[in-house]
Design a protein around this ligand. Structure first.
Ligand code: NDP
Ligand code: MG
Length: 390
């Protein structure tokens, strides 16, 4: 039996992971499940999977979690320390699927215990890629990509030498507004931004897909995870979301990865790696699909991609500033305080301000220093957002 834990179990990736685990209950011994505010889901799954412990990130939800787990034999815990303690519990495989920078500390803690960390939480690579990779190496742990594009690239590199790679092309659906007239974008509502043409995902990443901040994070994730140069990474709009990524080699060959838009493929690949096992995903019928379309992303529609390049060019802990500013701007959009198109303006303002903060941005990359950058960038983003409103 493999010991596994799922961080962010109540979310979209967490639930897809649980779906796979449930299909082979005798293969897995569930150590910890963690969630946030969705206590009912967390408790139900922890009981059904006979987890050792269920943790909510928020102290205020502990009484409800304890009540829901009463008599089940599943331990209940809450708060940041409890999350870190759960990450330190021995496990062979841990899913990192908390959303946002909040996933960084538990992921790092898990790596310190030599586990295999399946990383859906791209934000932690964007904020602290070097720290994660160095920690994994130091403790003999392993990081496996779960983001669909990065899983696709990872699969395209099996048996290949990274030195023979010329380019990595990650695809983007183009999100909810890919065909909208540009002048309508400022009027986009939260409901419109929260609906994705192809993927069923959490609300935050869905809005980030419409703005392409998600792809901007993924470009940085590609650089960090695969160690390629920024000029080797390309983004291609592909409305069907069936080709997830392509790897171009020095002999002109391009290896493309195709599959249904179902995260259980990438999760399952990381779960069974280095083997492949049968997965409950749709098999593509290309004759029926008929055609696949590709186009270059429009820089005016998707300013986030240009910002990602600026972040990579600046280096240091600019990724942490970028992610934090983006998270704050997204909070402000979700709360109705700023418009859809204001998000990129806010993030760009923060990048300009933070690039002057050399003492912070170029300091040693530690969890504390990443936290300092994150804190200041959020403050600056909130201020920049307030200026947009006022
Ligand atoms: P969801 O919003 O659906 O789920 C997020 C999970 O994190 C929930 O379990 C939530 O708990 C928990 N959570 C939220 N805030 C905190 C916090 N501050 N501390 C601890 N836990 C918290 O997100 P997704 O599943 O969509 O995404 C998870 C990660 O995977 C993200 O990094 C995303 O970018 C990445 N990803 C997602 C894909 C997808 O298809 N959804 C595809 C590729 C990558 P609760 O809901 O109980 O409050
Ligand atoms: Mg992705």
């Amino acid at each position: 039996m493999r010991k596994i834990s799922i961080f962010g179990a109540t979310g979209s990736i967490g639930q897809n992971t649980i779906d796979l685990i449930r299909r082979a209950p005798d293969s897995y011994n569930v150590v910890a499940l963690t969630g946030g505010a969705n206590i009912e889901r967390l408790a139900q799954d922890a009981i059904a999977l006979r987890a050792d412990i269920a943790v909510t990130a928020y102290d205020c939800h502990l009484p409800a979690l304890q009540a829901a787990l009463q008599g089940s034999g599943v331990e209940a815990a809450a708060g940041q320390t409890a999350l870190l303690e759960a990450a330190a519990r021995p496990a062979d495989w841990i899913m990192s699927a908390i959303v946002g920078a909040a996933g960084l500390a538990p992921g790092l803690e898990a790596l310190k215990h030599g586990t295999t960390l399946a990383l859906a939480n791209k934000e932690s690579l964007v904020c602290a890629g070097q720290l994660l990779l160095q920690t994994a190496e130091r403790y003999g742990a392993r990081l496996l990509p779960v983001d669909s594009e990065h899983s696709a690239v990872f699969q395209g590199l099996v048996g290949e030498d990274i030195a023979a790679v010329e380019r990595i092309i990650i695809t983007a659906s183009g999100g909810a507004f890919r065909d909208w007239p540009l002048e309508d974008l400022p009027k986009a509502t939260l409901a419109q931004a929260s609906s994705h043409p192809n993927w069923d995902m959490g609300q935050r990443i869905t809005i980030d897909s419409a703005s392409m901040f998600n792809k901007a994070l993924e470009v940085i994730e590609t650089k960090e995870y695969f160690g390629v140069r920024p000029d080797q990474i390309e983004v291609l709009v592909h409305p069907e979301s069936l080709v997830h990524a392509l790897v171009g080699f020095n002999d002109g060959a391009i290896m493309a990865h195709l599959g249904a838009a179902d995260m259980r493929h990438a999760i399952g690949y990381a779960l069974h790696w280095p083997e492949r096992q049968s997965l409950p995903v749709e098999r593509l019928d290309l004759a029926r699909i008929g055609q696949l379309n590709f186009r270059a992303p429009d820089p005016a529609r998707y300013p986030a991609l240009r910002l990602a390049n600026e972040v990579m060019a600046r280096g240091g802990m600019m990724g942490a500033a970028f992610n934090a500013a983006k998270e704050q701007a997204l909070d402000d959009f979700i709360a109705g305080r700023i418009r859809f198109t204001d998000m990129a303006v806010v993030v760009e303002t923060v990048l300009e301000q933070m690039s002057g903060e050399s003492d912070l941005i170029d300091a040693e990359m530690t969890l504390d220093n990443v936290g300092r950058v994150d804190h200041l960038a959020r403050k600056q983003a909130a201020r920049a957002a307030a200026e947009r409103i006022g």
